[in-house]
Design a protein around this ligand. Structure first.
Ligand code: ADP
Ligand code: MG
Length: 390
């Protein structure tokens, strides 16, 4: 018997696939164009920074990459040397050195991987741009990783590099991508204010918008007729709670996988239901991956604690003890109390943990932490896998 698959081209559902059509983001694309159109009309005269914010799966990366393609095409038509380089700060381990190295490798693929400081690389990059008369739009995606690891200095240096050379042509334009604008607070006031001048915020997608994005992807990735409209609607409905296109596309892919594994020729609503229970939005791999090492260790401690206890809530003290053990296990110096509270705040904003004040029965009022939605064992597994990846 021949193997049948509902997919015609699964790669179109890959996380790294850049869609050729960007739906429902025309307004934001226009805005980005307005801020940065000088790169093709008056290159060298200006140097702007744009900040793109929005929660996970709102199309931040897709928007920037789409813009990059558009603007470089326009520059080519006008015979302007413009390069677009998109760097993911998390994949560069939050290191300015690796980020700059990646940018330099676009121009000199053989540039040595060691022997220079980040500051030297920044000057080398500017020198290369001068020598080749090139303008560069550099996108720093998942910028929180850089801020987490190296604080505010790197961004300060990169945004200032033009001011240090007032008479030279302006060569560097920055697009910064951040999930939560709160991270800006960690920057020095001058860097923050230059970034805050041009902000593009992407709202969560609505259910009809997700449906359009999904339908487009269905056409590219599935056999004709393999995904009935009601299944697309069903997925859009499930994902609309998160407003997250990445989650929607992951559900679509998994639903297809269920259809294949059960020998169906159609992605039925039951396949969608099965997909939906297999991906908890709160512990999706890409969410967990975006955490820093200690945030992961802390969340792992939460998971371990709730695997062992039958009570629904834990005190911060209990979790801190568990975290101390996990830190030691991974050979890490544990972070302080204040930092752990920040993690609790972030994790509860994401809906992974829940923090509430204790009622009667305990001495005084303390904050209790619960894990309302995610099975502790599943959470533990995802975190251990992610820590192994690191
Ligand atoms: P973010 O960077 O905000 O987390 P992404 O840009 O990675 O989100 O988008 C998540 C997924 O959804 C990607 O596969 C992307 O191609 C797709 N996607 C997001 N927005 C759109 C859109 N407006 N049109 C088509 N596909 C989109
Ligand atoms: Mg992204």
């Amino acid at each position: 018997m021949r193997y049948y698959s509902v997919f015609s081209d699964e790669t179109k559902l890959d996380i790294n696939y850049t869609p050729s059509r960007l739906l429902h983001r025309q307004e934001q694309l226009n805005l980005l164009n307005q801020y940065l159109q000088y790169t093709t009309t008056a290159p060298g005269k200006m140097s702007q920074r744009v900040l793109v914010t929005g929660s996970i799966g709102t199309g931040k990366t897709a928007l920037a990459q789409h813009f990059g393609k558009m603007i470089t095409r326009k520059a080519q038509d006008r015979k302007i040397n413009l390069e677009y380089v998109h760097v993911n700060c998390r994949q560069c381990k939050g290191s300015l050195f690796l980020i700059l190295l990646q940018a330099i490798h676009r121009f000199i693929p053989t540039f040595p991987k060691r022997g220079y400081s980040a500051e030297e690389l920044l000057h080398t990059l500017m020198q290369i741009l001068d020598e080749r008369d090139v303008h560069l739009i550099l996108t720093l995606d998942e910028l929180e990783a850089l801020i987490h690891r190296e604080g505010s200095d790197p961004l300060y240096n990169v945004t200032r590099i033009q001011e240090d050379r007032p008479s030279a042509p302006k060569r560097l334009t920055l697009i910064c991508i951040l999930r939560q604008p709160e991270h800006l607070e960690k920057l020095d006031p001058s860097t923050r204010s230059t970034l805050q001048r041009n902000i593009i915020h992407l709202e969560d997608y609505t259910e009809p918008q997700l449906k359009d994005i999904l339908s487009d992807r269905v056409r590219l990735a599935f056999m004709k007729g393999a995904v009935p409209e009601q299944s697309v609607e069903h997925i859009a409905q499930v994902a609309a709670g998160e407003g997250d296109a990445r989650y929607a596309i992951e559900l679509l892919w998994r639903a297809g996988k269920y259809a294949d594994s059960t020998g169906l020729r159609e992605v039925t609503p039951e396949c969608v239901r099965k997909a939906a229970v297999s991906v908890y939005p709160a512990i999706r791999k890409d969410v967990v991956r975006s955490f820093g090492l200690h945030e992961k260790l802390f969340l792992l401690s939460v998971a371990r604690h709730f695997q062992r206890t039958t009570s629904a809530y834990a005190s911060m003290g209990e979790l801190e003890n568990e975290y101390a053990v996990a830190s030691e296990e991974y050979g890490e110096e544990p972070r302080g109390h204040t930092q752990l509270w920040k993690y609790v705040k972030e994790l509860s904003a994401l809906g992974i943990v829940e923090a509430r004040l204790s009622g009667a029965g305990r001495r005084g009022k303390t904050t209790l932490i619960g894990l309302p939605r995610v099975p502790a064992s599943d959470l533990g597994e995802v975190l251990e896998a992610s820590l192994r990846e690191d």
